[in-house]
Design a protein around this ligand. Structure first.
Ligand SMILES: [Cu+2]
Length: 227
């Protein structure tokens, strides 16, 4: 039972610096809605039994209650604002700094969705996208662990959604627009990058991989890739 209640165990493994905050908010909202759902269902079933059909009983005429309406509107408003306040620090952490990449250590990569692949374009030794030494790989994103990765996200055709479940990142990719996304992986490993927006007949097979390397393995990959 206790294991069952240990909610984050159900979620994909968290390997992101801001993942824990996202999970905490998710779990809190989950329990609030679960408790409200159970309470509403209990009242509904109770009333179904209590007020079931009885021969000869006349229906009551009910006019409604302004006090009750004000109360439940106020209570839900307070809960929604409370959650908004709790999520503010999360939003601030996820915010893109105006200068990005904000440190020379940051890793820059362009990710472009297209039916039905993810194109990962790396800037190469000059650190600039759109130059001759760029390298584009299909569906393979390589990053070092414990570094801020700055993704310039776009799409070549329709709307896709760049989903990194283990990084707690999900962002739509829109044609004609570049959207900044970032994450900082805390664990070495290979993670999935599914497309999370129905984008055509091949949508379900649109799957990329995020390869998080140690610093040494990443340096080796860079060396191999631009040989
Ligand atoms: Cu897609």
């Amino acid at each position: 039972m206790l294991k069952w209640l240990n909610f984050p165990e159900w979620l994909p493994e968290n390997a992101s610096t801001f993942g824990e905050g996202v999970d905490n908010l998710f779990v809190l909202i989950y329990w609030i809605t679960a408790i409200v759902f159970i309470a509403v269902m209990a009242v509904l079933i109770g009333f179904m039994i209590k007020y079931r059909f009885k021969e000869g009983r006349k229906a009551d005429y009910i006019e409604g209650s302004t006090t009750l309406e004000i109360t439940w509107t106020a209570v839900t408003t307070v809960i929604v604002f409370g959650l908004a306040m709790l999520s503010l620090p999360q939003w601030n952490r996820l915010k893109i700094p105006s200068q990005f990449p904000s440190s020379p250590d940051d890793v820059l990569v362009q990710v472009s969705g297209k039916q039905f692949n993810w194109d990962m374009t790396y800037p190469g030794p000059d650190g600039k996208l759109g130059t001759d030494d760029d390298l584009t790989l299909e569906n393979q994103l390589h990053v070092p662990v414990n570094k801020v990765v700055h993704v310039k996200l776009t799409s070549e055709d329709v709307i896709h959604s760049f989903f990194l479940p283990n990084m707690r990142v999900k962002q739509d990719a829109l044609p004609g627009r570049t959207i900044d996304v970032w994450f900082d992986a805390t664990k070495v490993g290979k993670y999935e990058i599914p497309c999370a927006e129905l984008c055509g007949f091949g949508h379900s097979g649109m799957l990329g991989y995020l390869n998080v390397h140690t610093d040494d393995a990443y340096a080796k990959w860079v060396e191999e890739a631009w040989k």
